[in-house]
Design a protein around this ligand. Structure first.
Ligand code: HEC
Length: 505
C-alpha cells in the first residue's frame, strides 16, 4: 500500500499529468459546492431552487441523490457531446428537483411562474464540468421568437406577444387571463455559483441566490404600479468583495450562438444593479437601429444574406430564420412581403471569458420538454468565474428534501403570525395617499419571505438609510423579526401566490 502511494506521489512530482492517476486520484475531485438554478418561463417570473448541493464524486454513489442534492460523477473525457440531446447521460444519475416559485414580481403583469419539476444532472472529467437541465415548458412553446421583426406590408413591427396555449400547465397561473405585457417571450435558465461568499449564503441552511436577487424589491420599483423588468430585478451581493458567477441561457438570444451569457454579480446596495458581464464580446447583438444608435430609428438594422440569396424575402416567408454574424448584412432595399420576418438578435461567437461556456438546447415538440446541455472548463483562470477545482468543500445540507408549500397551512400561518395586520388580509398591501405603507406581498416567494425576516438586520438597516427619510424614521415601516422556518415561509408563499389581485389595491 505504502509503495502505491509513494508511486502516485512520484507520478505527480514528475508532472506526468493526472491522467495516469485517474483511478486513485481523490485529490483531484472538485470541492463540493452549493449553487442555485432557475427556469424562467416566457417572462421574468421564474421557478427553481435557491440552494442546491453539488456532490462531486470520484466513485458513483447514487444513494446521495436527493431533491436538493445533484451528484456529479467523474466520466471519461469526451463522453458528453453538447448537442441538446440527453442520450449520453445515464438517467439514474439525475436528480429531479421541485422547482418552487422563486419570484413573481409583486406588481408585474407577467404570467405567474408555477411550481414544476426540473431534472438536473452534472458530470466532470479531467478538464471540464457538464450540466444537463430538462423541463416541461409551461407554455408548451419554445419561445424562440422574442421581439421578432415582422413586416406588416408597410413597415417592420416587433412581434406581439401571445398568450399561453389553453390547457397547458400555465393554466395554473393565477393571472393566466391577462395579456402579457412588456417585451417578453423567451425561455431562460439561470445558474449561480458563489465565487466569494463572506456573507455565508451558499452553505447548509443559507439563503442561496435569494440573498442577492431582486435586492430592491422592498424599496423602490415594486411599490409602484406596474413595475417590470430591470427596475425590479436589481441584483447584487451584500458584502464588499462578495461575488457570484452567473450563467444565463436564453432561448432566443444565446441558443443560436451555442453559448450562454457568462457574467458575475458584485457588491452593491439598494437599487444598484450588480450584474456584470465577464470580459469579452456578448454572444448576440440586438438587431435594432435604435439600440445600435443608427440614424434610422425603429427598424431592424440587419437582414439575412442567405434569405436574400435564397429569394425568401418578398415571398411571405414565415420562417423565423436565425442568422449568424457572417450571414448578417445591412438591411437592403428589397421588396418585402407582408409576414416576412427578421430575428431580433444576431448571434455571433462570444470572445474572452464571455465565451467559455458552451451550451446547446433542443425542444421536443411532442413532450414540450427542453433539454439543455452546458459545458465549461473546470478552471477558466478568470477571477469572475467559479472554479470547479479540488479544495475544501461545503458541508451537505441539513435538509436535502424538497420543500413543497401547502397553501392551506400557509393561509393559517399568515393569520397566526400576524402578517395580515400589516400586509392586509390577502397580502394586497396597504396603499395610502399615493404610497405603499406596507408593501404588497401577494407574489412573494418563500425565499423572499425568509430573506426579509432572517437576513442580517443591520444590513437591512443600512439599506434602509438610503431610502426616503420618511421610511427610516417610521418604526411602523420596518418589518418586525418574525422567526419562521423554511417550510412555513414556503407554505405562506404558496398561499399568497393564490391571492393575486390585478391592481394590487
Ligand atoms: C408590523 C408590520 C408588519 C408585519 C406584522 C409583517 N410585515 Fe412584512 N413588511 C413590513 C414592512 C414595513 C415591510 C417593508 C420594509 C421591510 O422590508 O422591512 C415588509 C416587507 C415584507 C416583505 C418584502 C417585500 C418585498 O417585496 O421585498 C415580505 C415578503 C413580507 N414583508 C412578508 C411578511 C410576512 C410573511 C409576514 C408574517 C410572517 C409579515 N411580512 C409581517 C411590515 C410588516
Amino acid at each position: 500500500m505504502k509503495q502505491l502511494i509513494f508511486l502516485s506521489c512520484l507520478l505527480v512530482t514528475l508532472g506526468t499529468g493526472t491522467r495516469a492517476l485517474a483511478h486513485t486520484d481523490e485529490a483531484n475531485v472538485p470541492a463540493d459546492t452549493y449553487f442555485a438554478m432557475a427556469v424562467t418561463e416566457n417572462s421574468h417570473n421564474h421557478y427553481g431552487e435557491n440552494l442546491l448541493y453539488l456532490d462531486f464524486q470520484e466513485h458513483i454513489d447514487i444513494s446521495k441523490i436527493a431533491p436538493r442534492i445533484v451528484i456529479s460523477p467523474r466520466i471519461k473525457g469526451g463522453n458528453i457531446t453538447i448537442d441538446g440531446k440527453a442520450k449520453d447521460w445515464n438517467p439514474t444519475y439525475l436528480t429531479t428537483i421541485w422547482g418552487r416559485v422563486m419570484n413573481n414580481y409583486p406588481l408585474s403583469e407577467f404570467y405567474d411562474a408555477v411550481p414544476n419539476e426540473i431534472t438536473l444532472g452534472s458530470a466532470w472529467d479531467e478538464d471540464f464540468i457538464y450540466f444537463l437541465v430538462q423541463w416541461e415548458d409551461a407554455n408548451h412553446d419554445a419561445s424562440t421568437n422574442r421581439n421578432l421583426w415582422t413586416y406588416d406590408g408597410k413597415a417592420w413591427q416587433k412581434k406581439k406577444h401571445v398568450k399561453p396555449n389553453k390547457g397547458t400547465p400555465a393554466k395554473k397561473a393565477v393571472n393566466k387571463g391577462d395579456e402579457v405585457f412588456g417585451k417578453e417571450s423567451e425561455d431562460r435558465v439561470f445558474f449561480m455559483f458563489p465565487v466569494r461568499d463572506m456573507q455565508r449564503n451558499f452553505r447548509a441552511g443559507g439563503l442561496g441566490c435569494a440573498a442577492y436577487c431582486h435586492a430592491n424589491a422592498e424599496l423602490s420599483a415594486v411599490t409602484t404600479e406596474g413595475a417590470i423588468g430591470e427596475d425590479v430585478a436589481a441584483m447584487h451581493t451584500n458584502v464588499p468583495k462578495d461575488k457570484a458567477d452567473v450563467w444565463h441561457w436564453m432561448s432566443t438570444r444565446t441558443l443560436p450562438s451555442n453559448t450562454l451569457k457568462d457574467g458575475h454579480l458584485v457588491y452593491g446596495i439598494g437599487d444598484y444593479n450588480g450584474r456584470k458581464a465577464d470580459r469579452g464580446d456578448n454572444p448576440t447583438v440586438d438587431n435594432d437601429t435604435k439600440k445600435l444608435k443608427m440614424s434610422k430609428k425603429g427598424q431592424p438594422a440587419y437582414m439575412s444574406y442567405r434569405d436574400l440569396a435564397g429569394g425568401n424575402y418578398g415571398n411571405s416567408n414565415k420562417n423565423q430564420s436565425k442568422f449568424e454574424s457572417h450571414d448578417a448584412i445591412p438591411i437592403q432595399k428589397t421588396k418585402f412581403a407582408k409576414g416576412d420576418t427578421i430575428p431580433y438578435s444576431i448571434s455571433r461567437p462570444s470572445t474572452g471569458s464571455r465565451g467559455d461556456v458552451t451550451a446547446f438546447a433542443t425542444f421536443d415538440e411532442k413532450t414540450y420538454r427542453w433539454t439543455l446541455e452546458i459545458k465549461r472548463a473546470r478552471n477558466t483562470g478568470d477571477g469572475n468565474d467559479y472554479q470547479f477545482i479540488a479544495g475544501t468543500g461545503a458541508n451537505a445540507p441539513d435538509n436535502p428534501a424538497a420543500i413543497i408549500g401547502d397553501p392551506k397551512r400557509g393561509g393559517q400561518l399568515y393569520l397566526t403570525h400576524g402578517c395580515s395586520a400589516c400586509h392586509q388580509e390577502k397580502g394586497q398591501g396597504l396603499y395610502q395617499g399615493g404610497k405603499w405603507t406596507f408593501p404588497r406581498v401577494q407574489r412573494a416567494s418563500g425565499a423572499t419571505i425568509l430573506k426579509t425576516v432572517l437576513q442580517n438586520r443591520e444590513m437591512r438597516g443600512a439599506v434602509r438609510s438610503f431610502i426616503a427619510d420618511e421610511m427610516k424614521n417610521s418604526s411602523l415601516r420596518i418589518m418586525p423579526d418574525i422567526h419562521i422556518s423554511e417550510q412555513e415561509a414556503e407554505d405562506i408563499a404558496s398561499w399568497l401566490q393564490q391571492q393575486f389581485t390585478p391592481t394590487g389595491k
